[in-house]
Design a protein around this ligand. Sequence first.
Ligand code: SIN
Ligand code: FE2
Length: 217
Amino acid sequence: MNTSLFGMEPPAPLSRDILGAGAAVLAGFALSVEDEVLCALMSVVEQSPFRNMVTPGGFRMSVAMSNCGALGWITDRTGYRYDLIDPETNCPWPNMPTAFQKIAVAAAEEAGFPGFVPDACLINRYEPGARLSLHQDKNERDFTQPIVSVSLGLPATFLFGGLEREDKTRRIQIVHGDVLVWGGPARLRYHGIAPLRDGEHPQLGRIRYNLTFRNAG
Ligand code: SIN
Ligand code: FE2
């Protein structure tokens, strides 16, 4: 019997180290907690709404962002940085929900990084056509702590490069519930998201959300 006809296909097995040392795709790792995570996400963005920030070069980002946790990542004409205060609300960022914290710590451990202490979660919202150009996550203080990235909603093509901007980039298809972790020797690898293809996700419609957990220090 073809169980996929009935939507009962088990998640693909966890695939590790296909991306090189320190990086792993944990396929479907967030599926068992998707309801808690989505509910927590909606409550966070009610407090600190999504906004399209401006890069130091003056470009409005196509990805809309918010944050939760003690520190939030922001960009404006003066540069990129972490801040304790949301510049839109002038209040501290919303607390990191327990469901967020738990999935981030569990995924890090599963990928070989026990003891992850996330104090910042950048929340990205992609609409069709939105993209994130190749960059390194390097505004954090402690590069011994990994990056944990939870994807929800529409599928995306994750671009995973090397330690130099010019290095060859791999294209990885990620779907709702997948978690990517990169740390150790992979911590400063360039990465980005190709322009989001239009589609309709059963729960989230024409949207992709991504939660990126860091220890920003
Ligand atoms: C990021 O690099 O901050 C986010 C990547 C993603 O949206 O998957
Ligand atoms: Fe990033």
